[in-house]
Write a new protein. Structure first.
Length: 163
């Protein structure tokens, strides 16, 4: 990424949007759990597995993440894992089985694993050093919008589907 190719404000807001999405995926399952349980006849253990798949994949992806960010750079890592997130989202949304739900959630976890560290790497590399703490703090603060959107707004949107 070249400093002149994309305005830094666009870079920042793009990274914040990714972080909002990552938070949304982390906390949205309880809102849709009742529907998932009834549609797929899931018991509590299976529902827990669907939920845990995201977090386990997220955690396991952290292991190679640092070296990948250092070797390849944040841009290709974020783009590649962003594609993984999209694939996971599509798989989860079109799931026809418990296994597809688990695989979709795992891909979402893997795909969103690099969002924070990749963002921090970009902030350290492309922004003035004095802005790092502000940008990192704003990203984490604004990322919590994903938590909020995965609660009442998601429940409201779900109620519209159940007309």
């Amino acid at each position: 990424m070249n400093r002149r190719s994309v305005p830094l404000t666009a870079v920042f807001f793009s990274l914040v949007l990714l972080y909002i999405l990552a938070y949304f995926y982390r906390v949205s399952l309880p809102v849709i759990a009742t529907d998932l349980s009834s549609e797929f006849a899931l018991g509590a253990s299976q529902l827990g597995t669907v939920s845990a798949a995201l977090f386990l994949a997220f955690a396991l992806t952290q292991l190679p993440l640092g070296p990948l960010l250092d070797r390849l750079g944040p841009r290709p890592v974020l783009l590649g894992l962003g594609a993984v997130t999209v694939c996971g989202s599509v798989l989860f949304a079109s799931a026809r089985s418990f296994e597809m739900l688990v695989a979709g959630r795992a891909l979402m976890g893997m795909g969103t694993a690099a969002v924070l560290m990749g963002s921090l790497k970009i902030y350290a590399s492309y922004f003035p050093p004095g802005r790092f703490a502000t940008l990192a703090g704003l990203q984490v603060a604004l990322g919590n919008l994903g938590n909020l959107m995965a609660t009442v707004p998601l429940a409201w949107a779900l109620s519209l589907i159940h007309i």
